[in-house]
Design a protein around this ligand. Structure first.
Ligand code: ZN
Length: 296
């Protein structure tokens, strides 16, 4: 048992894992009486919000515990540098930070309040207990509808983006046909999408043709009856599919090394950044040669 410090120690912590988010508070009075608090916050709250809720809850609970006392020493301990920094900044942009600030200020009007940072997971008993309580809260089912507390705009943006991506992917997968396109276009990164927006109309036409297989390479030209053989006219190694042209054709070995950073991209060519594929295609001049009716 530790010697009474003469102060109220309020250890706070937040936790987030796959099952949810939660805040934990462990309070020890100068007479070594203990109080444990858990606040489940559901799946949508962030860990930073949980850290702040823990401080807010700690302030509210300890306020009740010190009722009738004057000038008690109350020390808050948090391992969240982010929360402590946000509480000490002059400008407050978040309602939760504001509530926290108000609760601490109110407490400080009658008591001596300090906020301290403690390094987490270093064996400090109070911090370990708060951590345990926060984990317990994170694993406790939230009573009531989500979200438990107002969401930050960054969480809303991230959630909307992820919902949009899942929806777009589902529509893409459920669309009948487009076999070759589906093989080649599995996922477009944000960089890829930015590259697409920067493309000229003719580059977009070439890239769309390339990824869907409907372009002027020999396989498609054979399929639509323009030429008899699908064989690659540059290396004569195999049929000229998009995968052959981008990933394997020996005629473009040096461009591949220089622009795609690979000797052979093989069937993984569709995973290459679109920006690089575009540079490669332009450098070979292959699609333009055929478009201009000037096959080799
Ligand atoms: Zn070839």
């Amino acid at each position: 048992m530790e010697e009474p410090s003469g102060a109220w120690d309020v250890y706070t912590d937040g936790s987030k894992d796959t099952s949810g988010t939660g805040a934990g508070v462990f309070i020890r009075s100068p007479r070594n009486d203990e109080r444990e608090v858990t606040v489940p916050l559901g799946k949508m709250a962030s860990v930073n919000q949980a850290e702040l809720v823990a401080i807010l809850e700690g302030a509210q609970v300890v306020k009740q515990m010190v009722t009738g006392q004057t000038r008690s020493k109350i020390c808050f301990f948090s391992d969240s540098q982010v929360s402590l920094r946000r509480l000490s900044q002059g400008t407050v942009k978040s309602a939760l930070v504001w509530q926290c600030h108000q609760a601490l200020t109110e407490l400080a009007q009658e008591h001596k309040v300090t906020l301290c940072w403690v390094r987490g997971h270093t064996g400090i008993e109070g911090n370990e207990k708060a951590d345990q309580l926060a984990k317990e809260a994170a694993n406790t089912l939230l009573c009531g509808p989500e979200p438990a507390i107002p969401l930050s705009s960054s969480v809303i943006r991230r959630d909307l983006k992820s919902r949009l991506q899942s929806r777009a992917l589902l529509i893409w997968e459920e669309t009948p046909g487009c076999r070759q396109s589906k093989e080649n276009i599995s996922f477009l990164s944000l960089q890829d999408r930015t590259s697409l927006v920067a493309c000229s109309r003719s580059e977009l036409r070439q890239l769309t043709g390339l990824y869907t297989g409907h372009c002027t390479l020999q396989v498609h030209m054979r399929n639509i009856g323009v030429v008899r053989s699908a064989r690659c006219p540059k290396c004569e190694g195999e049929d000229e599919t998009t995968a052959h042209f981008i990933g394997k054709c020996q005629a473009y070995g040096s461009q591949r090394v220089q622009l795609l950073n690979a000797i052979s991209a093989g069937d993984d060519w569709a995973r290459l950044p679109l920006r690089r594929v575009k540079s490669f295609v332009v450098s070979t001049g292959r699609l333009i040669e055929v478009i201009r009716g000037n096959p080799p």
